[in-house]
Design a protein around this ligand. Structure first.
Ligand SMILES: C[S@@+](CC[C@H](N)C(=O)[O-])C[C@H]1O[C@@H](n2cnc3c(N)ncnc32)[C@H](O)[C@@H]1O
Length: 291
């Protein structure tokens, strides 16, 4: 098995097994089980190995062992082959500022990223803005959490020329590009962990698209987005469908029900975007906020 990233010692593997209480299952291929590809069989001890978060392997998904998609994955059985086009996804799989600089700092990589999967990134940006633009007034103050190079804010700016813009992201290259495209915006380069560097009620709308699933403490950040959004304002969260998402850089994989459950403390309303199939959730901030 070819791995890149950190070497995994046996002691670490044993320790990881103790930490990860999930049952490992192997999805059996259609030929083997006569047409029902949903059937799983249990994998016996010693037939599997854990790959920690900052290591990775490549290969077709149907030859992988499937483990719960969070932090530890595992992967190839003896004899299985590593293959597949890695696309540009591998650049950011380690989910670090350096990883995102490899993407946002390289114009060719950004172009490939935007073109991937029939240009889904650009379609998603437009589809999100189509859904929220009616609620954004000319003088609104908008924050994009995990703004990358500022694609979402640029699309909003095209349609509302006078809004005030702010963004934060941990990638220095992302923030630099966003500042060049939107010089009047207020951009902050910062690792998002449990809080956001803004005062209470500062924004009319707080957006976070395709970023929450990368964050270590997503519930803290939803709380924070609600805190910094003014009474009567709104928070928008967009995440991929965790049932089909396989990206190694993600820490969280919400399907529609799990996302509803996760956002229920804030009365988040979840819908699926019809074109790009991601989930868009809106949290309306009450006129009187509980503190
Ligand atoms: C998949 S990109 C999405 C970018 C943009 N929101 C969009 O929808 O195109 C995820 C973004 O989140 C940022 N990010 C991921 N984890 C982060 C963290 N812990 N703190 C700050 N930014 C983070 C990355 O730098 C990247 O720009």
């Amino acid at each position: 098995m070819k791995r890149t990233g950190k070497k995994i010692g046996w002691l670490n593997i044993l320790r990881l097994r103790e930490l990860v209480p999930y049952k490992l299952v192997r999805r059996v291929s259609e030929e083997k089980i006569g047409g029902d590809s949903t059937q799983d069989d249990e994998v016996k001890k010693a037939q599997y190995d854990y790959v920690p978060k900052d290591s990775y392997v490549y290969g077709p998904a149907d030859t992988f062992l499937l483990v719960p998609k969070n932090r530890y994955r595992l992967v190839l059985l003896p004899g299985q082959k590593i293959s597949g086009d890695a696309g540009v996804g591998w650049l950011t799989e380690d989910n670090s500022p350096q990883g995102y600089d490899r993407l946002w700092g390289d114009p060719d990589a950004v172009e490939r990223f935007r073109e991937e999967a029939d240009g889904v990134r650009e379609k998603l940006t437009v589809e999100i803005v189509d859904h929220i633009i009616e609620r954004i007034r000319g003088e609104s103050h908008i924050l994009d959490v995990g703004c990358g190079v500022g694609d979402l804010l640029t699309e909003i700016r095209k349609r509302r020329a006078t809004i005030a813009l702010a963004g934060c992201d941990f990638s220095p290259c992302g923030i630099e590009k966003a500042r060049c495209r939107l010089p009047e915006g207020d951009f902050t380069q910062q690792v998002i962990e449990k809080d956001l560097p803004y005062e209470n009620d500062r924004f009319d709308a707080v957006l976070c698209t395709d970023t929450l699933e990368h964050l270590e403490y997503p519930a803290n950040i939803v709380n924070e987005m609600v805190r910094i959004c003014r009474p009567g304002g709104f928070v928008v969260i967009v995440v991929p469908d965790g049932d089909v998402d396989q990206f190694f850089g993600h820490l969280w994989f919400w399907n529609e029900n799990r996302l509803r459950e996760f956002l229920s403390p804030w009365n988040g309303i979840v819908q699926r975007l019809p074109k790009t199939r991601e989930f868009l959730a809106v949290i309306d901030i009450p006129e009187v906020k509980k503190r």
